[in-house]
Design a protein. Structure first.
Length: 165
């Protein structure tokens, strides 16, 4: 059990103490400030991240409430648009009904006028045909009666006396 690592001598202990002191001095002079600065930077970065996260959370809450407000407004606007569309469609249908009934009345009046015109034309044609037929009949009767020239002259003279020129 005479292991020099377990029970070191005074010389080894002294040199270990000197090397430990040099190590502490070197670390304290150059390494510790850099490590402490890195730790402080990390601490600041973590704090900033936490603050940014809190800020983001607050912004999310505001955005969420803003979104809900926008959604409510969009629904209200949609309802207004639908209502206006219904009113417009009802107005268009009503206008179409009025125009259709006016068109029906106009077409009925045109049909009545057309029928009356056709009736008058038919009556005029009938009168013309009756007149032509009457003239043809009268011509045939007169031809039959005026076979002799004496009777014809007396008929022409009596008619000429009756006629007013």
């Amino acid at each position: 059990m005479n292991n020099p690592l377990i029970s070191p001598g005074i010389g080894v202990f002294f040199w270990m103490l000197v090397s430990f002191g040099i190590l502490v001095f070197i670390l304290g002079k150059w390494a510790w400030p850099v490590m402490i600065k890195a730790l402080k930077n990390r601490e600041t970065a973590i704090a900033d991240s936490l603050n940014a996260a809190e800020k983001a959370r607050e912004e999310m809450k505001q955005l969420k409430s803003g979104k809900e407000e926008e959604l409510r407004m969009a629904k209200q606007e949609r309802d207004e648009i639908l209502h206006n569309a219904r009113m417009t469609s009802e107005q268009i249908i009503e206008d179409a009904r009025k125009k259709a009934s006016e068109e029906i009345v106009r077409m009925r009046e045109e049909a009545i006028e057309s029928i009356n015109n056709e009736k008058l034309r038919a009556m005029h044609d009938l009168k013309n045909q009756i007149a032509t037929l009457s003239i043809d009949i009268a011509e045939k009767l007169i031809k039959a009666e005026l076979v002799n020239a004496e009777a014809a002259k007396s008929l022409v003279n009596s008619e000429l006396e009756k006629a007013e020129l």
